[in-house]
Design a protein around this ligand. Structure first.
Ligand code: HSE
Length: 310
């Protein structure tokens, strides 16, 4: 009998305006799915990839999901077990929605679930981060950690994976729009200057602290005042068509904040309730529709569970 198991790992919004590389939250959808089964060939074999338009490698070492899965097996000291992976991509790459992170998380989860959970979810984190690192070369968990663990995650330090789940005020909704232009994370990282002024540092630190205090106290006003990125967004906004118009439209509808999702081109807005989130959605969609830019747009609450076995 070899029925296998299926796992789901959700898309994520990284940076969240004020936490470049150190903040992220999980969405309810979209997300990637992986089916894992035992095979007779020791190690990880990728047997099928859908939704990737032929652009993802089947070599385990070069595939974010395959590599993460392999790292889990290696850590367990298991040299005999063979596991095959079917990867079903349900979101575009280069979208700013943590596509490679979701695959890496799903790969690590799939192995762990098939082997009847020798590791906790938290223990899978380093292997999923290693998998995602294949995609952009950098070691950061701001997509991987929320995709795996769910919720809003704050990372004090990426190297040691000192990650912390933040509390979630009731009623927060994200509106996320993805224009069909592709931005490679590596390119979006390369445009960033490594010079940050003292004034920018003070403002951004104040906003990050304010956002976290706002979450702890369910202080919606403080969250709204804090969601302003003075460092990264001004440098990356030019990569995304109509970014400023979209942001202005969202804020005019009552969004608490609106910024680039991860490395872009997706844009997210956080709203205090679903009605405002709907109005924000309409106003954002109108701008891309008027400009004849193909896009997908959706509303999601923050996903509290992260990756799951289906
Ligand atoms: N924090 C990362 C970035 C997220 O903005 O480059 C994308 O991997």
């Amino acid at each position: 009998m070899n029925a296998g198991i299926k796992v789901f790992a959700p898309a994520t919004v990284a940076n969240v305006a004020v936490g470049y590389d150190i903040l992220g939250f999980a969405l309810e959808k979209p997300g990637d799915e992986i089916i894992a089964k035992f095979t007779n060939t020791p190690g990880i074999t990728i047997t099928k990839i859908t939704g990737a338009k032929g652009k993802l490698p089947y070599e385990t070492e070069k595939n974010t999901a395959g590599f993460a899965a392999q790292k889990v097996l290696e850590f367990l000291g298991d040299t005999k077990t063979g596991i095959s992976l079917e990867i079903h991509k349900k979101m575009p790459f280069g979208s700013g929605l943590g596509s490679s992170a979701a695959s890496a998380v799903a790969g690590a989860m799939a192995v762990n679930e098939l082997l009847k959970k020798p590791l906790t979810k938290r223990e899978l984190l380093p292997f999923a981060v290693l998998g995602e690192q294949i995609a952009d070369g950098a070691y950061h968990a701001d997509n991987v950690a929320p995709s795996l663990l769910g919720g809003i995650i704050f990372i004090r330090d990426n190297q040691s994976l000192d990650v912390h789940r933040l509390p979630l005020p009731k009623g927060l909704y994200a509106t996320v729009v993805h224009p069909n232009v592709r931005i490679l994370t590596k390119d979006a990282r390369d445009v960033l200057s490594d010079q940050v002024s003292l004034n920018q540092t003070i403002t951004q630190s104040g906003n990050l602290g304010g956002f976290i205090v706002g979450l702890y106290n369910s202080d919606i006003g403080l969250i709204g005042r804090s969601l302003q990125d003075v460092i990264i967004e001004p440098q990356r906004a030019k990569l995304i068509p109509h970014f400023q118009d979209i942001k202005t439209a969202a804020m005019n509808e009552g969004a608490l904040g609106c910024s680039i999702s991860g490395a872009g081109p997706s844009i997210f807005a956080l709203s205090p309730n679903s009605l405002i989130a709907e109005n924000v959605k309409e106003s954002m969609a109108k701008i891309f529709t008027d400009a004849k830019i193909e896009h997908q747009i959706f509303i999601s609450q923050i996903n509290q569970e992260g990756a799951i076995k289906l």
